[in-house]
Design a protein around this ligand. Structure first.
Ligand SMILES: O=C(O)C1=C[C@@H](OP(=O)(O)O)[C@@H](O)[C@H](O)C1
Ligand SMILES: C=C(OP(=O)(O)O)C(=O)O
Length: 429
């Protein structure tokens, strides 16, 4: 489908879709399955390129992983079952893969080399290589361990107490994987609570972990047991259709089986505050990851201030929230979001530059952006710059633009949502 044609004659987006499985949970299901003993059966696994990179890395570490469509079986043989890889481990575009994998490799008595694509080569890794070195792993990389290629010589680790300098679930999770292999106790203190899928999954695989506010404790020498995991739909993917439903006139979209973990639902809170007609119906499913259906209708929106503890709960949704803000009356101010600068692209700059090309009134600030609404968007020539979330945000923008939108590098979207254009097309009336 050519998004340049999207904005012609759309009478609204209507219907029902089930967004694909959650990316964070899909990655973790492979990782925990690989280090647990016994079989882990995963359903609704996300076949995005990032999660396929995770599968490829664990296969190189000697783990048997069978995948048929969205069903994956991992035959784990415990942490000791992981083998020294004969080849480099390529994480592709995936920050989650490289950072979490390093936490696992830190405690394994062998050598590995990790690389990724051009974007990964610019993303900061000292945030994990530094604390993992304090645990006792030997890690080196370009620019004093900041960038790929990285090499890890793992071994005996000793538990640490570590206050995270940035709010990052990837760093927290990496250190939890190391802590599970270290002697004694590891204590991690987060500046702000971040997504807790790793903590939930440790318990689901029979491990022990204590959380008390922003402090997390884990002890070493744990052994996990394989289990069944049903991956809920990804709220970060649903976000594009939540925004589309709110801003495209004449729309009503029902999103089925969306993950509703409270550490991820910041976008729902913000949309409520901005006046969106959004209805959330949680399931009573007894699963360790809550889920439900969400319905969104075209809405009259007003600007909001988005800052502080809310930021980690919607960090990946900020590009599409910026688009939402262009259609809200008044100013939307996004603060405390410097982390956006070190994602697949500098998402403050790419969002501001690309949306400006379509006529949005938006400026970058040191730690976020200010969007002045409401503005009508025009056509233009834009690019994802190889960033999946920027690509999807711009495709949705084209649905409300008055002229043709040409989107370059739209193939990046398959990193997290390979069926995105199919789903969008199915809703167009
Ligand atoms: O742990 C995870 O699965 C993720 C954590 C976030 O990154 P940070 O931990 O770098 O904030 C998020 O942006 C990323 O898409 C996925
Ligand atoms: C930042 C993202 O992912 P990662 O850090 O895993 O590359 C994302 O999916 O928006």
């Amino acid at each position: 489908m050519n998004p340049a044609k999207l904005n012609t004659n759309i009478q609204g987006l209507r219907g029902e879709i089930a967004v694909p499985g959650d990316k964070s949970i899909s990655h973790r299901s492979i990782m925990f399955g690989a280090i647990a003993k016994g079989k882990t059966n995963i359903t609704n696994f996300l076949l995005g390129e990032d999660c396929l990179s995770t599968i490829a890395c664990f296969r190189k570490l000697g783990v048997r992983i069978e995948q048929e469509e969205h069903q994956v079986t991992v035959s784990g043989r415990g942490l000791e079952g992981l083998q020294e890889p004969a080849d480099i481990l390529d994480v592709g575009n995936s920050g989650t893969t490289i950072r979490l994998l390093m936490g696992i490799l830190a405690g394994r008595p062998f050598h590995s080399v990790l690389v990724g694509d051009q974007s990964i080569g610019k993303r900061p890794m000292t945030r994990v290589t530094k604390p993992l070195s304090i645990f006792g792993a030997e890690i080196s990389g370009r620019n004093n361990g900041e960038y790929t290629p990285l090499s890890v010589q793992g071994g005996q680790l000793e538990g640490i107490t570590y206050e995270l300098p940035v709010a990052s679930a990837q760093v927290k999770s990496s250190l939890l994987f190391a802590g599970m292999q270290a002697s004694g106790e590891t204590v991690i203190i987060e500046p702000v609570k971040t997504r807790d899928h790793t903590e939930r999954m440790i318990r689901q695989f029979g491990g022990e972990i204590q959380t008390d506010g922003r402090t997390i404790r884990i002890h070493g020498g744990q052994s996990l047991t394989g289990t069944d995991i049903h991956v809920p739909g990804d709220i970060s993917s649903a976000a594009f259709f939540l925004v589309a439903g709110a801003i495209v006139p004449g729309s009503e979209i029902r999103l089925k089986n969306v993950g509703l973990n409270p550490t991820r639902t910041g976008i729902i809170d913000v949309m409520h505050r901005m006046g969106a007609e959004i209805i959330v119906e949680p399931y009573e499913n007894g699963s360790s990851e809550p889920a439900g259906d969400i319905t969104i209708k075209t809405s009259a929106l007003k600007g909001a201030v988005i800052e502080g503890d809310l930021i980690p709960r919607l960090i990946d949704e900020i590009p599409v929230i910026a688009l939402l803000a262009t259609q809200a009356e008044g100013d939307t101010v996004i603060k405390d979001a410097e982390e956006l600068k070190v994602k697949e692209t500098n998402r403050i700059d790419t969002v501001v530059n690309e949306l400006s090309k379509l006529g949005a009134n938006i400026v970058a600030t040191e730690d976020g952006m200010i969007v002045k609404g409401k503005s009508s968007l025009s056509g233009g020539h834009v690019s994802s710059h190889g960033d999946h979330r920027i690509g999807m945000m711009l495709a949705i923008a084209s649905a409300i633009s008055s002229g043709e939108v040409h989107l370059d590098q739209k193939e990046a979207i398959s990193v997290s949502y390979p069926s995105f254009f199919e789903h969008l097309e199915s809703l167009i009336k």
